[in-house]
Design a protein around this ligand. Structure first.
Ligand code: GDP
Length: 389
């Protein structure tokens, strides 16, 4: 995940509190830091100040001098920066690519799994609670943990970005990933919002099911929509929880309006279940686990190839594919490539000619035929190999 902190330089060359905070926050959130300086401009007072801050972190910092557009000028442009007393300077031309390969090679040893993974029991359902500050993520996790028959395991783990709790219920194991678990510092600024998105992205990356929590009173915001679309970019299962339902329990008009808003936001993700809950009163919490179970089963389900091929043949027979460049599109066979999300390869004579609407038709046939009504379903169209056209 790449985060651009935006210009942390200032007009009058002094480092303001705001800039300092931003740099500190970036350092705290990152695993590896690229600090870029401007080789054409030379060393500036704010470079000095930021390097002072960077010296205090134990994280890997690459001190990069940018705008070194060719090897001949490298020595000249780099010289003033040695004054910083850093061990290594990385010459780079972001525009021309000079130094890029070397920098990437330098980065590789520092790329590793950044999130601490605790040893989870087999088939643990990993559930991430996502949403804006104060929508009630932690309250929901607490409400769930406080339920009857819920056994909280003592091997809970904590990463820098979330608090994980392992719970079991009816012999099933769940890892609850609470992205609010680490308390926010200070007031929310644009930059902080940006970093909470980073936190969300990391949690999405390691969950099966993303629970996006909304506040019934505040409704759905642009940030919620963004997080929802990230869950789909990463192919996660999604459940939307409208929390604080107690606050609008009596207000039928508000309920209608809110549900419409949510429906609109989920226009391209109509399969995502939407549940009304209240962490405060416990409403809807009981229904959450059966729903999670259904979603998880679909997300990890495997299908026999024979059944898939039958389904494909029937779908094609029911609605013949159109011609493309004078040839009728042919579909030969299909197989499941993977789960989480369910992914199927469909082998055809001319995959490029399959119109989007026909792709959607086939995806819907798979969805209906396989009973995958709650999770994303992906079809990959492949050309049959090893045969002359
Ligand atoms: P987080 O930042 O998303 O983890 O939100 P919190 O769990 O800290 O909750 C923020 C505030 O909302 C707290 O004051 C909670 O008491 C309140 N809250 C959480 N869930 C509900 C709910 O279902 N109903 C009502 N009325 N308040 C809630």
């Amino acid at each position: 995940v790449l985060v651009d902190t935006g210009g942390i330089d200032d007009e009058d060359d002094t480092i303001t509190n705001h800039i300092r905070n931003q740099a500190l926050l970036a350092i705290e959130e990152a695993d590896v830091i690229f600090f870029l300086m401007d080789g054409r401009e030379g060393l500036t007072p704010s470079d000095h100040e930021i390097v002072d801050i960077l010296r205090r972190t134990e994280k890997k910092v690459f001190f990069i001098v940018n705008k070194i557009d060719s090897p001949e000028i490298e020595d000249t442009l780099l010289t003033p920066f040695w004054e910083l007393g850093v061990e290594k300077l990385w010459p780079l031309s972001g525009d021309h690519g000079y130094g890029y390969a070397t920098l990437m090679d330098g980065l590789v040893p520092f790329l590793e799994k950044s999130d601490l993974e605790i040893d989870l029991p087999e088939n643990t359902m990993r559930i991430a609670f996502l949403g804006r500050p104060n929508v009630g993520k932690s309250s929901l996790v607490n409400a769930i943990i406080g339920q009857e028959r819920m056994v909280v395991s003592n091997i809970a783990g904590t990463t820098r970005d979330s608090v994980d709790t392992l719970v079991s219920r009816d012999q099933y194991n769940y890892l609850l990933i609470d992205t609010a678990g680490i308390r926010r510092r200070g007031k929310t600024t644009d930059k902080l919002e940006k970093f909470s998105v980073l936190k969300a992205l990391k949690a999405i990356g390691r969950c099966d099911i993303a629970l996006v929590v909304l506040d019934a009173e505040e409704g759905i915001t642009e940030q919620d929509t963004k997080v929802i679309s990230y869950t789909q970019d990463q192919g996660r299962a999604l459940i939307v929880l409208i929390n604080k339902w107690d606050l609008i329990k009596e207000d039928k008009k508000r309920q209608e309006q809110l549900l419409l808003e949510v429906e609109l936001a989920l226009k391209f993700i109509p399969f995502a279940p939407v549940l009304k809950v209240s962490a405060l009163t416990g409403t809807g919490i009981k229904r959450l686990f059966p729903e999670i179970g259904k979603v998880y089963r679909q997300f990890h389900q495997r299908f026999p190839t024979a059944a898939l091929n039958r389904l494909l043949a029937e779908a094609v027979a029911r609605h013949e594919p159109p011609y493309y460049h004078g040839r009728r599109l042919k579909f030969y066979y299909t197989a499941q490539l993977g789960t989480a999300p369910p992914l199927f390869a469909v082998v055809a004579n001319d995959p490029k000619g399959i119109h989007f609407s026909y792709q959607r038709y086939l995806t819907n046939c798979f969805r209906d035929g396989l009973g995958l009504d709650r999770v994303p379903v992906r079809l990959l169209f492949r050309e049959r190999s090893g045969r002359k056209k």
